[in-house]
Design a protein around this ligand. Structure first.
Ligand code: FAD
Length: 454
């Protein structure tokens, strides 16, 4: 029997993984990717260089037989190394031990690995081909290459994995409004770098951590690369009073700002001026759609359906979960394609909405709360409860990052747990003043046990 043909737009991390999963399930997949072949070093200057891979992403990579390959190219991050403006820096561990860590991997290395693996499974990639229009009635798409030469292709079943600025989404929306809402964050980011150190220790700072320099309305983070460098990202408001990207227009003004606000970081960034002046300011927004598909003809996945801010490090992880769910639904022969698309949306959209909301909360947590004594008290009491009654209490970050509990569940349970911690710390903000026995009784009276983990 002829394999069912699928046309995938976008060969980024989510598109390439989905392409492999579909090919492994017997589909004939063609992928059109706007950029040059990622194996020929086509990374875009200023785009995030590293991505944090967490359990959900790893689980999807395991389903594709690729987790070990990805881990070999990653650096383990055990927790957040917080660098307060004054005082000593300290590690806030993510999990209980090294079984609960996240992994820093280069976006371009991961993409190249996924494209190779998809091709090996039989996917045909067409690089340098950007979707420009899609006629959903005629089931034809138009692609344009870098020389502006246009080609048309038949496309009966279209999947859009073409990222936050999705051209397929725009074409679908013209055909039938999808209820698109974009909420800009008003904050942007710039990529900088700490090069490898000379001498015996390749890394200029602790390699096994995600470094954060929280400063209230803005922050820097740094993630390690296996070659010894760190990818540094400055997040701050785009506009408004100093400091904002509007007021730090060039390396000279930015350097004065860094020497005051990030004095120990600036000397490590040896190419600061070139990076600051050469890299663009990226903007951040959350994308919501009422509808992710048009009957059986087209569906959106990953950032094309639900782009979110990066502060939980879950955008790609969430997109990888999408890929597994969609591939499994399409491979189930008992379901019509339109039903598979509808079910995909009903399973994934509440989860995408939940992680988008948690991501926005995490921005405030990372840039501000990590040094707030009340937040640290709640973290401490939560950790004690999690240790005493792990079947009743699990920090939300842990549910999101180290389990496969749905994002929607983690959001709801996390809110309920947080309300309880607030109540328990009402009389005294010091967790040592709270009776753990009484706290456990209150917890068991308020919330059911957590689901069993797979
Ligand atoms: P993309 O990565 O955007 O890929 C889309 C692909 O489609 C690209 O290859 C593009 O060239 C191609 N394309 C675009 N238009 C067309 C067209 N018209 N025709 C054909 N092809 C096209 N997520 C995490 O999980 N962990 C992290 O630590 C993390 N950190 C982040 C840090 C920052 C600063 C940012 C901005 C994001 C971060 N993310 C992180 C989110 C993550 O980058 C995205 O969620 C992920 O890249 C989405 O993958 P995607 O394949 O859906 O989209």
């Amino acid at each position: 029997m002829a394999k069912q043909a699928i046309t995938l737009i976008g060969g980024g991390p989510v598109g390439a993984l989905l392409a492999r999963l579909l090919a492994q399930r017997g589909f004939a997949v063609k992928t059109f990717e706007k950029r040059r072949n990622p194996r020929r070093g086509s990374s875009v200057r200023g785009r995030t260089i590293n991505l944090a891979l967490a359990e959900r992403g790893l689980h999807a990579l395991r389903a594709a037989g690729l987790a070990e390959h990805a881990l070999q190219r990653s650096v383990m991050m055990r927790g957040r190394m917080v660098h307060p403006p004054d005082g000593a820096c300290g590690l806030q561990r993510y999990g209980v031990d090294d079984s609960e860590v996240i992994w820093s991997i280069s976006r371009s290395e991961l993409n190249a690995l996924l494209v190779d693996a998809a091709e090996e499974a039989g996917v045909r990639f067409h690089f340098g081909q950007a979707l420009t229009t899609a006629d959903l009635d005629a089931q034809r798409i138009t692609l344009t290459d870098s020389n502006r030469v246009q080609r048309e292709h038949d496309a009966t079943l279209l999947i859009g994995a073409d990222g936050a600025g999705s051209a397929l989404r725009a074409a679908m929306n013209l055909y039938q409004p999808l209820g698109i809402r974009v909420e800009p964050l008003g904050h942007g980011y710039k990529e900088l770098e700490i090069p490898p150190a000379s001498g015996r220790n390749r890394f200029a700072i602790e390699p096994h951590a995600l470094h954060i320099w929280p400063r209230g309305r803005y922050m820097c983070i740094a993630t390690p690369n296996i070659a010894g460098s760190f990818n540094v990202t400055l997040f701050m408001p785009l506009h408004g009073p100093y400091p904002s990207f509007d007021t730090l227009r060039d390396a000279a003004t930015a350097s004065a700002f860094f020497s005051k606000d990030f004095p120990e970081l600036l000397p490590l960034m040896l190419r600061f001026a070139d990076d600051y002046d050469g890299h663009p300011v990226g903007t951040l927004a959350t994308l919501y759609l009422d509808s992710w598909h048009i009957d059986k003809r087209a569906v959106l996945v990953g950032d094309a359906a639900h782009a979110m801010a990066p502060f939980h490090g879950q955008g790609m992880n969430c997109g990888f979960e999408d890929a597994v769910v969609l591939a499994d639904l399409l491979a189930d022969a008992s379901r019509e394609t339109a039903d598979a698309f509808a079910e995909f949306q009903s399973i994934r959209k509440p989860n995408a909405d939940a992680i988008a909301a948690m991501t926005l909360e995490n921005y405030i947590e990372m840039r501000d709360s990590v040094v707030d004594p009340r937040y640290v008290s709640k973290l401490e009491l939560g950790a004690r409860l999690a240790q005493r009654v792990p079947e009743y209490f699990m920090p939300r970050y842990r549910m999101v990052t180290f389990t496969l509990l749905s994002y929607a569940y983690a959001y709801e349970r996390g809110c309920a747990q947080d309300r309880l911690l607030e109540q328990l710390l009402q009389a005294s903000p010091n967790p040592d003043d709270v009776s753990l026995d009484a706290a456990v009784s209150a917890l068991k009276a308020t919330l059911p046990p957590l689901p069993l983990l797979r």
